[in-house]
Design a protein around this ligand. Structure first.
Ligand code: SAH
Ligand code: SF4
Length: 342
C-alpha cells in the first residue's frame, strides 16, 4: 500500500526520498504538498517527471476520504471522513462572512468522560497521526476551495478527542500548518482546546511553534467540575489555574476559557462571580457556550436571559462572548460529534 506523504516534515521527506536525491528535492515536495496543495504527486511540476513517477509507486498524498457530507441550513458542513484503517472521524467547516473556521479532530472518539459531551460516549478508539490531523485541513480547504491568505481561515482543534493527550502529533501538525513554506497559516489563526491535562499544558508552553490555548473550564467550583468532568479528580481546578498562570503567553496572545452553560447546574450569577474570581489576574477572555443538547445528554440548555445575565457579570472583568451554535440541525455543533448518521 502506498505510504502517505501528508504529515511528513522535511526530515521525514529527505528520508523518504533517499540519500541519492539532493536536499532541495525534499523542500520542493514539501512545498508542493502543503503550500501548493497538490492532490496527486504527479502534479508537483517542480520535481522531475521520473522522480514523480518513482515516488508515486511508493507514496500518495494520502488525504482522508469523504465518507459522508452533511449540510446545515446555516451553511455549516459536517464531514464524516474515512481513515486508512477504515475508522471514521468528523471535521466541521463553518463559513461565516469574512472568515471560515475548520474544526478538526485530534482523536477518534475521546477518553475523557465529560458528562455533557456526546463524543465521550464513543470512548477512545485511537489517536490521529500528524498526517490525519493536517489531512483534515488540506481536504476541507481543497473541497471548498478555501483561501487562507489574508487571515480568512481559522483552525480550531475542538472536534473529537482531547488534543493534549495526543500532543506530539498535534504539535507536528501545527508546525506544518504554520510553516511559511508549508500551509503558511498565521499563528493567530489556530487554537487548541483542552479539558485541562495539566502536565501537557506546561509542555505545550515550551514549544516554540504552537497553537493558541483554550481551556474548557465549565464549572466554578472543584465539586461541580468533578461531577461534570471526572478528569478533575486527577487534575484539580486549583492546579489548572496555577498552570494557566505559569503559561508563557506570547505578546499578542490571551488565554481563552470556554464554559458550557447547563441549566440549573453551573449557570447562576453566583457561578459567574466565582468564575471572575478564579480567573483574576489572568490575561484571558471567556467564551460561553449554551449547552447543545443531544440524545443521552442528561442536561438542559439555559434560557437566553440566564445566558445574558451570566455574560454581563463576566464582561465587567474580561472580554466575554457567547458562542453561536452552528450546524445544530446536522449534529455538527460543539459536543455533538459522535459520527451520527442524523
Ligand atoms: N476535548 C477538548 C476539545 C473538544 S470539545 C475540550 O474538551 O476542550 C470543544 C468544546 O466543546 C469544549 O469547550 C467542550 O466543553 C464543549 N462542549 C462539549 N460538549 C458540549 C455540548 N454538549 N454543548 C456545548 N459545548 C460542549
Ligand atoms: Fe472529550 Fe472534550 Fe468531549 Fe470532554 S468535552 S469528552 S474532553 S471531546
Amino acid at each position: 500500500m502506498p505510504q502517505p506523504i501528508v504529515g511528513m516534515d522535511l526530515a521525514d521527506l529527505r528520508e523518504a526520498l533517499g540519500s541519492d536525491q539532493p536536499a532541495y528535492r525534499a523542500r520542493q515536495l514539501y512545498e508542493g504538498v502543503y503550500r501548493g496543495q497538490a492532490s496527486d504527486l504527479i502534479q508537483i511540476s517542480t520535481l522531475p517527471a521520473g522522480l514523480r513517477q518513482d515516488l508515486a509507486l511508493r507514496h500518495e498524498v494520502g488525504l482522508p476520504a469523504v465518507s459522508r457530507l452533511y449540510q446545515s441550513a446555516d451553511g455549516t458542513r459536517r464531514y464524516l471522513l474515512k481513515l486508512d484503517d477504515g475508522l471514521t472521524v468528523e471535521t466541521v467547516l463553518m463559513p461565516e462572512g469574512e472568515r471560515d473556521t475548520i474544526c478538526i479532530s485530534s482523536q477518534v472518539g475521546c477518553p475523557v468522560d465529560c458528562k455533557f459531551c456526546m463524543t465521550a460516549l464513543l470512548g477512545l478508539e485511537r489517536s490521529l497521526t500528524a498526517g490525519e490531523i493536517v489531512g483534515q485541513v488540506l481536504l476541507i480547504a481543497r473541497e471548498n476551495r478555501l483561501r487562507h491568505d489574508g487571515g480568512r481561515l481559522n483552525i480550531v482543534m475542538m472536534g473529537q478527542g482531547e488534543p493534549l493527550l495526543n500532543l506530539a502529533n498535534v504539535v507536528k501538525a501545527t508546525r506544518i500548518l504554520l510553516d511559511p513554506h508549508g500551509f503558511a497559516l498565521s499563528p493567530r489563526r489556530i487554537t487548541v482546546s483542552t479539558s485541562g491535562i495539566i502536565p501537557r499544558i506546561a509542555e505545550l508552553g515550551r514549544e516554540p511553534v504552537r497553537p493558541k490555548l483554550a481551556i474548557s473550564l465549565n464549572a466554578s467550583t472543584e465539586e461541580t467540575r468533578e461531577q461534570l468532568m471526572p478528569i478533575t479528580r486527577k487534575y484539580h481546578l486549583k492546579d489548572l489555574i496555577d498552570a494557566c498562570k505559569a503559561y508563557p503567553l506570547r505578546p499578542w496572545e490571551k488565554l481563552t476559557f470556554e464554559y458550557v452553560l447547563l441549566k440549573g447546574v453551573n449557570d447562576t450569577d453566583a457561578d459567574a462571580r466565582r468564575v471572575v474570581k478564579l480567573l483574576a489576574n489572568l490575561n484571558c477572555k471567556v467564551n460561553l457556550i449554551a449547552l447543545n443538547p443531544g440524545p443521552e445528554i442528561p442536561f438542559e440548555t439555559p434560557d437566553p436571559a440566564r445566558v445574558d445575565s451570566f455574560q454581563q457579570i463576566i464582561r465587567r472583568s474580561f472580554p466575554c462572548f457567547v458562542r453561536k451554535p452552528r450546524g445544530l440541525d446536522i449534529y455538527a455543533a460543539c459536543g455533538q460529534l459522535k459520527r451520527s448518521g442524523n
